[in-house]
Design a protein around this ligand. Structure first.
Ligand SMILES: Nc1ncnc2c1ncn2[C@@H]1O[C@H](COP(=O)(O)OP(=O)(O)OP(=O)(O)O)[C@@H](O)[C@H]1O
Ligand SMILES: [Mg+2]
Length: 331
């Protein structure tokens, strides 16, 4: 029987092979009408490797014991009694809920309710005072995010945007996406310096990925523009596009519609739906725009002073008395 070390080596090898193949697919996607057979062949190989990887992960779990009992099959993220204190202030107070795989989940609440703090605890920007954040990662492995460093969370397939737009202002829109795609590279420092064949091949693939993402969110006309001076709605879209560079599983959006006009908000609503479907990911968002929240979300959790008020479908949340009083001013 294989040892844990051998299994881990096998897993690492398979993951590396898979990420190489995915880059090849990106490169081929740049020429959509050609090389269909080659692409088909690659997808087939990817599928086989994925199933080998699944087997290895099962083997690993049977050796180590399973964490997956902690999470139902259809759940991607679970907050368990999450609490975050800043000195005497309890920003998040014993909060528990599940986010299901593939849904759009909305977190709502008045200003200062603790929404951004919840996001910061999930992405490990803050270490929660107590409680757990359990997550089903890219490989369907169940992990305790509390054990991760903030810069490693992205490797698990979690990406986020910020309440205030955070882009690199000196770079064009396309370059901002290319930078976000840096985790896709296998080429090392010397490959970069010497611009080896491997580096050039990977650069082409990452560029192709960026072009596809820009086209999917309708930003192709802006690819060579610089962020400064662009409409706020466009900048918010660029942030969203940037999250798609790394094949995310869970996209966390902090107030994506803040500062947008009605037309931009309605375009954004459509774009988020499209992303959730086409990129096969789960969306977890905070938003004050109730129109967007009610239209877009499958499940909504309302909080006030860090505590859960209610959780349910948009219709249930609209009807909820506690939510109406705390959040909608008793309307
Ligand atoms: N780093 C920090 N240090 C101290 N207090 C903090 C910190 N971050 C957040 N808080 C406090 O925690 C509470 C929750 O803040 P948070 O930013 O999470 O609210 P929010 O629901 O995102 O509000 P908004 O809708 O205005 O964005 C607030 O009282 C805030 O002042
Ligand atoms: Mg906030």
């Amino acid at each position: 029987m294989a040892t844990l070390k051998e299994i881990n080596q096998e897993i690492a090898k398979l993951k590396k092979q898979l990420s190489h193949l995915k880059l090849d697919v990106y490169a081929l996607e740049a020429t959509p009408n050609q090389k269909e057979a080659e692409k088909e062949q690659l997808q087939q190989t990817i599928k086989q490797l994925k199933s080998q990887l699944d087997e290895k992960l099962v083997e690993k779990t049977s050796l180590l014991g399973s964490d997956s009992s902690k999470l139902d099959d259809n759940v991607i993220l679970r907050l368990e009694n999450l609490t975050m204190k800043f000195g005497g202030l309890v920003a998040v107070d014993n909060l528990s809920f599940d986010v299901k795989k593939g849904e759009v989940f909305g977190l709502i609440g008045p200003n200062g309710a603790g929404k951004t703090t919840v996001f910061n605890c999930i992405t490990q920007f803050y270490k929660a005072t107590s409680g757990n954040v359990i997550y089903r990662n890219k490989d369907n492995d169940v992990v305790d995010l509390g054990k991760f460093k903030v810069h490693n969370v992205i490797k698990e397939g979690i990406v986020r945007t910020f309440q205030n737009v955070e882009l690199i202002w000196e770079l064009s829109i396309l370059e901002n996406l290319l930078i976000a795609g840096h985790t896709l590279y296998h080429a090392n420092f010397f490959d970069h310096v010497l611009k080896t064949r491997r580096y050039r091949k990977e650069e082409k693939a990452v560029r192709a990925r960026a072009m596809k993402v820009l086209s999917d969110v309708g930003l192709t006309p802006y690819m060579h523009a610089y962020p400064l001076g662009l409409p706020y709605g466009t900048l918010k879209l660029v942030e969203l596009a940037r999250t798609l560079m790394t094949e995310p599983k869970l996209i966390i959006l902090d107030e994506p519609a803040a500062g947008l006009n009605d037309q931009e908000t309605s375009k954004l609503t459509e774009t988020i739906r499209k992303i959730q479907k086409d990129y096969d990911c789960t969306i977890f968002l905070v938003e004050h725009d109730m129109g967007l929240v009610m239209k877009l979300c499958d499940t909504i959790c309302a909080i006030s002073f860090g505590k859960q008020l209610a959780i349910g479908t948009p219709a249930e949340i609209k009807q909820n008395k506690a939510v109406q009083e705390a959040y909608l001013g008793g309307e």
